[in-house]
Each structure stands twice: as structure tokens, then as C-alpha cells.
Design a protein around this ligand. Structure first.
Ligand code: SF4
Length: 94
């Protein structure tokens, strides 16, 4: 699952770096579409995702690229990372 998250992150980042760069809205749409494609089996309970997001919100490693929340330690999209069952915080904060 972590490998899948890394592949997905690289794929989305690649879209930002193509000759026709995505706008912020297009980038957000891509992340949202990937989030929507996750099955219930892929995801943790909403309460757990919220708990993780709250921790990320208070973390110095949370940054924004293209106005999308990312972890600068692992370069993952926080919306996706915090939702996935087998994802882990690289600093063991959650
Ligand atoms: S995943 Fe961990 S290191 Fe990254 S922003 Fe969230 S709490 Fe911080």
C-alpha cells in the first residue's frame, strides 16, 4: 500500500511538471479524483483520517505546493496519505 501511495504521488507530481502545467484547480481535481477512486477497503475510518489530519495540521513538515497540503518529509499528498489504511507517518507521529 505504501508503494502504491508513492507511485500515485509521483504520478500526480508528474502531472504538475508536464509541459502543460496544471493549474491549481486542475491539480486539486486530480488529487480529489484519486481520493474518490479509493475503495472503503483502502481507507481508514473517517474519524481516524481526521485524527491524522489534525496531527499533520500541527506538524512543521506540512507544506503547501500548488496550494495542496503535502508532507515535506515523504512528499505525499496529505489528503491521500491520511486516508489510506497502510500509510504511516515517516516521523511516527500517527
Ligand atoms: S505525515 Fe507525519 S511528518 Fe508528514 S506532515 Fe503528517 S505528521 Fe508531519
Amino acid at each position: 500500500m505504501v508503494e502504491a501511495l508513492n507511485r500515485l504521488t509521483l504520478r500526480i507530481k508528474g502531472l504538475f511538471m508536464t509541459p502543460k502545467k496544471l493549474t491549481v484547480e486542475e491539480g486539486r481535481q486530480v488529487v480529489d479524483e484519486h481520493y474518490a477512486s479509493l475503495t472503503q477497503d483502502d481507507k481508514v475510518e473517517e474519524s481516524e483520517a481526521e485524527r491524522r489530519k489534525t496531527i499533520c495540521d500541527g506538524c512543521n513538515n506540512k507544506v503547501q505546493h500548488f496550494k495542496i497540503d503535502m508532507c515535506q518529509d515523504c512528499y505525499c499528498f496529505i489528503k491521500l496519505k491520511t486516508a489510506l489504511k497502510n500509510a504511516t507517518c515517516p516521523l511516527d507521529k500517527w
